[in-house]
Design a protein around this ligand. Structure first.
Ligand code: DX5
Ligand code: ZN
Length: 237
C-alpha cells in the first residue's frame, strides 16, 4: 500500500510553503559609542531579531573594535539575543568568557581555527548557538565535514575589519552554493551575511536563501533606523 501521508504532506508544503525566516541583526560597530544605551533602546523597540557585536583583535583583522566589558554592558540593556562575531585569532581561548558576558550565539572564523570541529562543539557544550564565518576568498566546500553540526554560517560579503565597505557581488552565488550544501546535508544551519548590506541588495539576498542580514551603516546612519529595519526585513516582498 503506497503511503499517502508523505506525498500529501509535500503537496501541502508545495501549496503552503513554510516562509523562510527573515532576521535582521543590526551591527553596533556603526552605533554611537558615546551613547550606546540610546542605540540599544532603539534596536529593542524595532523589528530587529538579534544584536550583532563585532569583536576585532587587530591581528585576525587590521582593526581594533571592543571586547568583553562592552558585550556585558550591551547585554545589560539588550532585549534581543546577542550575536557575537569573533574576528580574533585562537578564539577557543575566550568561549566561556563570551558566554558569561551574555552571548546567545558565538561565531568563529574558519580561517582562525585549527581545530574547528572541537571549537564548534565546545561552543554548543557551553549552551550557545555555534556559527562559523567564511572570508570572501574561503570556499563553502571547506565546511562540508562540519556543516551538519552548525547552527549558522556567516558569509562575509566584505573583507572583515571595517564597517561602511562596498558589498562584494559574487557573494550571491556563494550563498546559493551554501544553500545547496545545507539542503544536501540536512543541516539546520541558518545563512547570515555581513558587510555592505542595504535596501539595494537585501531582497536579492533573501531570494538567494539568506536568513539573517547584518546591517551596520544602513541602519545607524538612516534618518529613521526603526523604519529602515522594517524596510530591510520586508525587502523584495
Ligand atoms: C565587518 C563587520 C560587520 C560590519 C558591518 O568586519 O563584521 O559586521 O560592522 O557594517 P556595514 O553594514 O556598515 O558594512
Ligand atoms: Zn560582523
Amino acid at each position: 500500500m503506497h503511503c499517502l501521508v508523505p506525498s500529501f504532506y509535500y503537496l501541502c508544503l508545495e501549496k503552503n510553503p513554510v516562509p523562510m525566516p527573515r532576521y535582521i541583526a543590526p551591527s553596533i560597530l556603526a552605533a554611537d559609542f558615546s551613547n550606546l544605551q540610546k542605540d540599544i533602546a532603539m534596536v529593542n523597540s524595532s523589528e530587529a531579531d538579534w544584536i550583532h557585536l563585532d569583536i576585532m583583535d587587530g591581528v585576525f583583522v587590521p582593526n581594533l573594535s571592543f571586547g568583553l566589558p562592552v558585550v556585558r554592558a550591551v547585554y545589560k540593556y539588550a532585549r534581543k539575543p546577542l550575536d557575537v562575531h569573533l574576528m580574533i585569532v585562537n578564539p577557543e581561548r575566550y568561549l566561556e568568557a563570551f558566554r558569561d558576558a551574555g552571548a546567545f550565539q558565538l561565531t568563529v572564523h574558519q580561517e582562525a581555527c585549527t581545530h574547528l570541529h572541537s571549537t564548534v562543539h565546545e561552543i554548543k557544550k557551553l549552551g550557545m548557538k555555534a556559527g562559523v564565518s567564511l572570508n570572501p576568498h574561503t570556499p563553502v566546500s571547506t565546511l562540508e565535514e562540519i556543516i551538519a553540526d552548525l547552527d549558522m554560517v556567516l558569509i562575509m560579503t566584505v573583507n572583515p575589519g571595517f564597517g561602511g565597505q562596498k558589498f562584494i557581488p559574487q557573494s550571491v552565488d556563494k550563498v546559493k552554493k551554501l544553500k545547496k550544501l545545507i539542503s544536501a546535508s540536512g543541516s539546520g544551519a541558518l545563512i547570515e551575511v555581513d558587510g555592505g548590506i542595504d535596501l539595494k541588495n537585501a531582497g536579492m539576498l533573501f531570494d538567494a536563501g539568506v536568513d539573517v542580514l547584518v546591517t551596520g551603516t544602513s541602519v545607524f546612519t538612516a534618518e529613521d533606523p526603526v523604519s529602515m529595519i522594517s524596510a530591510l526585513k520586508n525587502a523584495g516582498k
